[in-house]
Design a protein around this ligand. Structure first.
Ligand SMILES: Nc1ncnc2c1ncn2[C@@H]1O[C@H](COP(=O)(O)OP(=O)(O)O)[C@@H](O)[C@H]1O
Ligand SMILES: [Mg+2]
Length: 265
C-alpha cells in the first residue's frame, strides 16, 4: 500500500499545489512511484501536469460519486510531461464538477468515499499525494480520511500561518470523527519566502516559535522560476535562469526531509 500524504492549508494561494507537485516530482526523480490525487475542483495541478479534461473523463469526481471499493483505479491517468521520470507519476485529475460532491457531505459515511475508492487502487505506488482545496470542508475531509499523514503548507505571513495552525487543531479534534485516529501531522512547510523582506523574516521567526520541530527544512524560497514553471505547466528540469539550480536544490532537500520525517506505513 502506498503511503498517503494530504497537503493542505485552508488558505488559498499559499503554494500548496506547487509544493505538492515539486515534491512528487523530486520523489519520482529518485525512483519512487507517485500517485497524485488532485482533490481541488480548480484543477490547477491537472493543468500544470499537462493533462486536459475531456467529456467522459474519469476524474476524482466520478470516483467519489461512485462510492465503490477500488474505483479510483479507473481515474488514474498518465501525466503529459516527457521527462524520463514522468512515467513514475500518475494523476487522478480534478475538474469543476468535483465541487458537486460537497452536497453529499450530509450523507452518513460520505467522508469515507475516497478512502474506499483508493482501496487497492494505489497498491502499485509508493506514495499517494493528495492535493487539497483551500478549505477544511468536505473535500479536504475526504482526503484526510484517506491519509496516513498530513503536511501543512504556509507562507511566512500571518493569515497563512493561522491557516496552518487551524489545520493542526482541526486534525487533532476531527481525526476521530473521520474514522482516522492514526492520522498525524508530520510537518509544516514554509514556502514563497522572500528573505529580502523583513516582514517575511519576522513571520518566519514566529512560525518557528509556533510550530517548533514540526517546521521542516528547507524553507522554499519565493522565486519567479517556480511561477514560470507553473504558468507553462513545465517540469522542474525545464527551469532556466540563474535561480534554476537553487529551485531544484530546494526540492531535493525537501524530498530528503520528507523521506526522513514521514510516517512509515
Ligand atoms: N516558491 C514560489 N515562488 C514563487 N511563486 C510561487 C511559489 N510557489 C507557488 N508560487 C506561485 O504562487 C501561486 C499560488 O501557488 P499554488 O501552488 O497554486 O497555491 P495553492 O495551491 O495554495 O492555491 C501560483 O501562481 C504559483 O505559481
Ligand atoms: Mg492548489
Amino acid at each position: 500500500m502506498a503511503r498517503r500524504t494530504a497537503i493542505l492549508n485552508n488558505k488559498g494561494g499559499v503554494g500548496k499545489t506547487a509544493v505538492a507537485m515539486r515534491l512528487a516530482e523530486a520523489l519520482a526523480r529518485r525512483g519512487r512511484r507517485v500517485l497524485y490525487v488532485e482533490v481541488d475542483a480548480q484543477g490547477n495541478a491537472t493543468r500544470r501536469f499537462g493533462v486536459r479534461w475531456f467529456e467522459g473523463m474519469q476524474t476524482v469526481n466520478e470516483a467519489v460519486r461512485a462510492d465503490t471499493v477500488g474505483i479510483v483505479r479507473k481515474s488514474i491517468h498518465p501525466i503529459g510531461w516527457r521527462e524520463e521520470y514522468a512515467d513514475r507519476i500518475s494523476l487522478v485529475p480534478a475538474w469543476l464538477e468535483l465541487d458537486d460532491r460537497i452536497m453529499e457531505a450530509g450523507i452518513p459515511g460520505s467522508h469515507l468515499r475516497l478512502v474506499k475508492g483508493l482501496q487497492g487502487a494505489d497498491d502499485d505506488f509508493d506514495e499517494t499525494i493528495l492535493d487539497c482545496p483551500p478549505s477544511l470542508s468536505h473535500l479536504t475531509q475526504l482526503a484526510l480520511a484517506a491519509s496516513h499523514q498530513a503536511i501543512a503548507v504556509t507562507e511566512a505571513e500571518q493569515d497563512s500561518i493561522r491557516g496552518a495552525r487551524r489545520v493542526l487543531e482541526f486534525i487533532a479534534q476531527k481525526s476521530y470523527a473521520l474514522h482516522n485516529e492514526d492520522l498525524k501531522v508530520t510537518g509544516v512547510i514554509v514556502t514563497r519566502m522572500d528573505t529580502t523582506r523583513s516582514v517575511d523574516r519576522s513571520q518566519l521567526t514566529s512560525a518557528r516559535e509556533i510550530f517548533g520541530d514540526l517546521l521542516w527544512d528547507p524553507v522554499i524560497p519565493r522565486l519567479n522560476v517556480f511561477k514560470e514553471l507553473d504558468t507553462n505547466g513545465s517540469p522542474i528540469t525545464r527551469a532556466t535562469g540563474e535561480k534554476a539550480g537553487a529551485a531544484r536544490a530546494s526540492f531535493e532537500l525537501l524530498a530528503d526531509t520528507f523521506e526522513k520525517r514521514s510516517l512509515t506505513v
